[in-house]
Write a protein that binds this ligand. Structure first.
Ligand code: ADP
Ligand code: MG
Length: 400
């Protein structure tokens, strides 16, 4: 993969940097600035080399038009604080104001353009539409650095098409993330345990078939555990369920058994009356979710304490642990217990631990764990999962 060195002298050049500044926002306040911090290494280096810097990023999932709640404005302010240098924000991604701001840059200056996904071209499936937007972006600079690790698995204008329009290279964050992932795929020390949770159930189920070939144990929590329980014939109340994946999941369980890979499912879960921080809740056996006081309308929002203890024990005995996806709705204290116990187990183990995923990283920080308690906190959940699956990542292939 081409690194920044391959671009030659950066002095006086205008460098477009694709970052992943997709931070969690609550009422306009940045809940976790980890992704901003992770992008600073490259930005500092480019500044010191005398480049004029044009930062581009997405935030959230707006549908191709501007929406104030997805504005990158608060990110520019936070980045300026962290860098100790001005970061000029432009309230559009492309257009006259953006063009003027870029033209006015002097070496070391930084401008952050508005959310890429306010433009339909960014995520379009139509090559021409994407290409046209990428060409508008390319006009802002003469070099391109791809440093948004969280999006390198996406064939999107600012990730894939833009890299082909300008001399391009991977930034320091992308390079560092790859080094860790290579360690996980090439020579993982065993036992190797993967912990899966979160809410993007169908996205993550696919990973399991590949992980079965590579790991010793898979611990299943978060939203996807209910699809597993249902596949075993248990009622799951109103919990998250991918009904069309039941056969697939049964297949995984059978393959895992054949290969001697252990898939550990929770034996108890926290069931709530509603999806709310103050909802009534109870711990029940995982095979009897509808036996709670809430019957068939009960929602499973966390793994139970017994299960969390079992997960922690498996993690303690592992030499390599990769974790993606919170064990429950950690944003609400009543449903954060499983995530907290798993995070503690990772923090305590002597093995090599990697936490991947925007919400997973936010969870460990929100629960008070310092970054250095883990071997590595990845900025990309989907990207790291696809890499571990052995898939080709479009945003990396274009940098080869
Ligand atoms: P990551 O960003 O780390 O890849 P995801 O985006 O897949 O993780 O999932 C994170 C979200 O999953 C969190 O907001 C959390 O509240 C939610 N979640 C975890 N367990 C459950 C559950 N049982 N039901 C509903 N949502 C859940
Ligand atoms: Mg997420």
């Amino acid at each position: 993969m081409r690194t920044i060195e391959s671009l030659g002298s950066l002095s006086e050049h205008t460098v477009i940097v694709r970052c992943d500044l997709n931070v969690p926002l609550a009422d306009g306040v940045i809940a976790d600035d980890g992704r901003i911090r992770a992008s600073l290494t490259t930005i500092r280096e480019l500044r010191e080399a005398g480049a004029k810097i044009v930062l581009i990023s997405h935030l959230g999932r707006p549908k191709g038009t501007p929406e104030e709640r997805y504005s990158l404005r608060p990110v520019a302010a936070r980045m300026a604080e962290l860098l100790g240098a001005p970061v000029q924000f432009v309230a559009e991604t492309v257009g006259e104001a953006a063009t003027a701001a870029v033209a006015a840059l002097t070496p070391g200056d930084i401008v952050l353009l508005e959310n890429l996904r306010f433009n339909v071209g960014e995520t379009s499936k139509d090559d021409a539409e994407r290409g046209a937007f990428a060409a508008q972006l390319a006009a802002f600079g003469d070099l391109f650095v791809s440093d948004g690790f969280g999006v390198v698995h996406r064939r999107q204008a600012s990730v894939y098409d833009l890299a082909q329009l300008l001399p391009s290279a991977a930034g320091r964050l992308v390079a560092a993330e790859l080094e860790v992932l290579q360690r996980l795929t090439e020579t993982p020390e065993r036992p190797y345990t993967v912990v899966l949770g979160g809410s993007k159930v169908s996205d993550k189920l696919g990973v399991i078939s590949h992980l079965i070939e590579r790991v010793d144990t898979i611990l299943v929590g978060g939203g996807m555990l209910f699809t597993f329980l249902a596949a075993q014939g248990h009622a799951v109340g109103a919990s998250l369920l991918e009904a069309d994946q039941l056969d697939t999941v049964r297949g995984y369980l059978a393959t895992a058994a054949e290969r001697g890979v252990t898939i550990v499912l929770p034996t108890d879960v926290v069931v709530a009356e509603a999806f709310a921080a103050d909802a009534a809740h109870e711990v029940v056996a995982a095979d009897a979710i509808e036996s709670s006081s809430f019957g068939a309308s009960g929602l499973g929002l966390d793994i139970g304490p017994d299960s969390a203890a079992v997960f922690a024990e498996v993690i303690a005995g592992s030499r390599t642990v990769f974790w993606n996806g919170p064990m429950g709705v950690f944003e609400m204290d009543a449903f954060a217990g499983g995530t907290r116990t798993v995070a503690q187990a990772l923090a305590d183990t002597n093995g090599f631990t990697v936490v991947g995923g925007g919400d997973s990283a936010a969870a460990v920080r929100a629960l008070g764990f310092a970054d250095d308690r883990f071997g590595h906190i990845s900025t990309g959940g989907g990207a790291s999962l696809e890499f571990l699956e052995g898939k080709a990542l479009p945003g990396l292939e274009v940098l080869a």
